[in-house]
Design a protein around this ligand. Structure first.
Ligand SMILES: Nc1ncnc2c1ncn2[C@@H]1O[C@H](COP(=O)(O)OP(=O)(O)OP(=O)(O)O)[C@@H](O)[C@H]1O
Ligand SMILES: [Mg+2]
Length: 455
């Protein structure tokens, strides 16, 4: 720790300053010397990684005033005062006020070195504790559910009410709207919080893998199953099982899952053993499973089993009043992560915040905030279609046309030019999509390139 920490040494007697600096450096400390207190104060801040050693008697700002200002900046920053004989009562008072130590002139080198060493040790601990506390705070706020619109207030209330019940929950919402945030809050606000929160993305795993992931298996249950594997369901026992993208669960797995939900027991592959599980299931879907068209081959009985309580998270465009709050939060977070200042918000940024459709919802907004803080955001220069800057008012069909083009551009932009995702988001057939690109003169590859600003 000693390496990382340093001493600010202040004395108006330049010879003494040089000599003391040398003494401390010989003892292995890093020292910055100042002959004027104001200079030292200018270089200090609340997280200063070190301690201050200052003479008391100095013109302009003296050692006691310096101590006073340092204490206001950070009361845990150790200040050691160096005093002449006549100043001892003053120094004693300073100690009572929280100064770390005082040393009377002339002093033995060892006395100073020991005092500095202890002060730095103490400082090291304080800074370490602060860092830990900050990390803990951040971890706790890692998944906050920000929002002050009535919808979000209501959502939070509902979550509080049901978090600690045993009921299974279905969470629906568009991509990036906060389904995982909600699922994790349901876990953290419940008595199950001490158990595991086990997430499984049903859309990301091939059909052959998903069953053994969920139910576990014994050695030799199938080709390649060499070792016994405890399934995610058992792993979540006592905690919460989060089944993400449940709409993509293969039909055969759905049958098995239904049984788990009904019986609260699991049979690992390759066994006849039935093991009880104490489970709370939270499932998330991007589509409305209640609608037979959107449900596709998702089993109706499983839907009804999951649908005891459904929480629908509205898309961001339906809670626009939360955008500034969320944007501010993400910008602050990005600024501290990238060690930058939050830049001033230009009117183009403001227009974008208010006018953009945010098809990628809160995730898209958080990426936008990060690019904004990094200064790599390039907003399209074009004005929003509904507000032609020339003042001309276009006929309705033309306005609709422009609006459609801007929606397509936004979707392409949000999806980094990925056609499959864009089409899924727009909910139109592939052919229609390409027809529209052509009609509006939209070049898809440009959007893939614009993603380079993304982090
Ligand atoms: N209300 C909110 N307050 C703060 N952060 C939020 C909020 N909603 C979402 N986020 C953040 O936005 C990002 C996307 O949220 P999340 O992963 O929960 O979305 P999702 O609905 O699960 O998306 P997908 O369907 O794409 O998996 C995360 O980083 C999350 O922390
Ligand atoms: Mg998710």
């Amino acid at each position: 720790m000693r390496d990382a920490l340093s001493i600010f040494l202040i004395d108006d007697d330049k010879d003494l300053l040089r000599a003391t600096k040398q003494t401390l450096e010989l003892a292995g400390f890093k020292v910055s010397a100042f002959s004027v207190a104001s200079e030292a104060l200018g270089a200090l801040n609340a997280d200063f990684a070190g301690a201050v050693v200052s003479d008391i008697r100095m013109p302009q700002i003296d050692g006691l005033q310096l101590f006073d200002r340092v204490r206001k900046e950070d009361e845990d920053l150790p200040v050691i005062l160096v005093t002449g004989h006549g100043d001892i009562p003053m120094a004693v008072k300073a100690i009572q006020d929280g100064a770390y130590d005082f040393i009377t002139k002339p002093f033995a080198t060892e006395r100073l070195v020991q005092a500095v060493k202890r002060a730095l040790e103490k400082r090291g601990l304080v800074l370490e504790n602060r860092a830990l506390r900050r990390a803990a705070d951040q971890a706790r706020d890692d998944l906050p559910l920000i929002g002050q619109t009535p919808t979000m207030e209501r959502l939070r209330r509902t979550l509080r009410q049901i978090a600690d019940t045993e009921v299974d929950v279905l969470v629906t919402g568009e991509t990036g709207s906060g389904k995982e945030v909600v699922a994790s809050l349901l876990h953290r606000w419940s008595r199950r919080a001490s158990g595991n929160f086990v997430a499984l993305n049903c859309g990301a795993l091939p059909e052959t893998v998903i069953e053994s992931e969920l139910f576990g298996h014994e050695p030799g249950a199938f080709t390649g199953a060499q070792k016994k594997r405890v399934g995610r369901i058992e792993h979540a026992s006592g905690g919460t099982l989060f089944l993400d993208e449940i709409e993509s669960m293969p039909p055969s797995t759905q049958v098995h899952m239904l049984r788990v939900l009904e019986m609260r027991e699991v049979t690992p592959l390759g066994t006849n053993e039935v093991r009880p599980v104490d489970l709370r299931v939270v499932a998330a879907a991007k589509v409305d499973l209640g609608d037979p068209e959107q449900r596709g081959d998702f089993r109706e009985d499983l839907y009804y089993r999951l649908n005891v309580v459904t929480i629908s998270i509205p898309p961001l465009r339906e809670r626009r009043d939360d955008i500034p709050l969320l944007f501010g939060h993400f910008a602050e977070r990005a600024a501290s992560r990238f060690k930058r200042e939050v830049p001033a918000i230009s009117s183009a940024v403001q227009r974008h915040l208010q006018g953009h459709a945010w098809p990628g919802n809160v995730r898209e907004l958080s990426h936008f905030a990060e690019r904004f803080v990094l200064g790599v955001e390039q907003l399209p220069a074009s004005a929003p279609p509904s507000a032609p800057e020339t003042g001309e008012v276009l006929p309705l069909p033309e306005r609709l046309d422009r609006y459609e083009a801007s929606i397509i551009r936004e979707a392409l932009d949000a999806n980094g030019g990925d056609v499959r995702r864009t089409i899924a988001e727009l909910g139109i057939p592939r052919k229609t999509f390409y027809d529209k690109l052509q009609r509006h003169g939209i070049v898809r590859s440009q959007f893939a390139a614009s993603k380079s600003g993304q982090i």
